[in-house]
Write a protein that binds this ligand. Structure first.
Ligand code: AQP
Length: 334
């Protein structure tokens, strides 16, 4: 294990995890676990930046842990816990609120997307969410952060905050500047209904996403119904890129079949999208259905999931407290 490199990432317990979370984040989490020390957090404090039903939230936290384990995260190798259980996240977030600049937050496109047209009614938490995300990462002095492309801007902000802290308190290299690890091929899985929107848990239509818990039948139906194109599959990327929904399906196929886009286009050009959809549904069922079954099985033993969180919290807290002690000292807090 490389002791110096440390991976941190989080997932919001806001509902069923989907193919976007799986390809954009979870698969990467699992492969990183083999080579680095990793901390994976269920970020419940991020989830409450938009209203969550409390019972639902409790269930979603456990379901996210079950999804972590079902995709291959090993709680005795990686630290798995929920954010609100380690109070250092909120303490550091406050300190970083005082480092981060309003102008920086005003540039965050995710706030604009999530707050929608009536920004005055969005919670303050949603606005300062990226500062809490910086605190999550910097609390552990994490060096690498596996995320989907939608989080790239927030990661850049975390780097800016780390740099400003190091400058303000004259402590070069105190916080490492965290590097995003974004999957090369499918960094942004799009909605199956609208190729310009990312696949998301909070999108109203369940037909817009493949959930990790979907049955074979549901996966089949959703892929069949997915928007594609009435033309045949083109032989070049330039033409494909003009059709975002078709591009999304080809992208997912290429990722799941471990083939390049060029190879997929060579194999499929001139064929109808129904041909691609049939093969894609088969591959997805093969890969996703066993994960879903495992999630359901794990959810049958909630005390096991709670004990994973408890052990993870204890380990995370030791690192967090040690780092916080030094952070308080740098800032001048007694
Ligand atoms: N569509 C996506 N494609 C690739 N990666 C994605 N991720 C999320 N959606 C996609 C990555 O999954 C990790 C966990 O994300 P999250 O659940 O914490 O928050 P999110 O990005 O806001 O995801 P959702 O599904 O859109 O949730 P809601 O609807 O609750 O806001 C992150 O690494 C993210 O990049």
């Amino acid at each position: 294990m490389n002791k110096k490199k440390l991976v941190f990432s989080g997932v919001q317990p806001t509902g069923n995890l989907h193919l976007g979370n799986y390809l954009g984040a979870l698969k990467n989490f699992v492969s990183l676990q083999k080579e680095m020390n990793c901390i994976y957090c269920v970020v419940d404090l991020h989830a409450i930046t938009t209203f969550q039903n409390p019972n639902q939230l409790r269930n979603n936290v456990l379901e996210t842990v079950a999804s972590f384990v079902a995709t291959g995260l090993n709680p005795s190798k990686s630290i798995i816990f929920n954010q609100s259980a380690v109070s250092g996240h909120t303490e550091l977030a406050w300190i970083l609120n005082c480092i981060s600049r309003i102008g920086w937050l005003n540039r965050m496109t995710q706030f604009k997307d999530k707050a929608g047209s009536d920004k005055e009614k969005a919670s303050v938490g949603l606005y300062i969410y990226p500062n809490l995300m910086a605190a999550d990462i910097l609390l552990y002095k994490a060096t690498h952060v596996p995320v989907g492309a939608d989080q790239k801007q927030h990661l850049e902000l975390s780097r800016d905050i780390a740099q400003k802290f190091n400058n303000d308190f004259n402590c070069k290299d105190f916080f490492p500047l965290p590097e995003p690890l974004i999957p090369k091929n499918v960094s942004r899985v799009m909605s199956l209904r609208d190729g310009n929107k990312k696949m998301s848990k909070s999108e109203e239509s369940d037909y817009s996403r493949i959930n990790l818990k979907d049955s074979a039948d549901e996966i089949n139906k959703k892929i069949k119904k997915a928007k594609s194109d009435s033309d045949q599959i083109p032989d070049n990327l330039k033409d494909l890129e003009k059709k975002p929904e078709a591009l999304n399906l080809v992208n997912i196929y290429s990722e799941i079949s471990k083939s390049t886009l060029e190879k997929v286009l060579n194999e499929m050009s001139g064929k109808e999208y129904s041909f691609l959809k049939k093969k894609l549904a088969e591959l997805l069922i093969n890969e996703i259905e066993p994960v879903g079954k495992e999630i359901k099985k794990l959810l049958g033993d909630k005390s096991h999931l709670e004990s994973i969180l408890k052990k993870g919290k204890e380990k995370a807290n030791i690192i967090a407290e040690e780092n916080l002690k030094n952070i308080r000292e740098k800032v001048g807090l007694i």
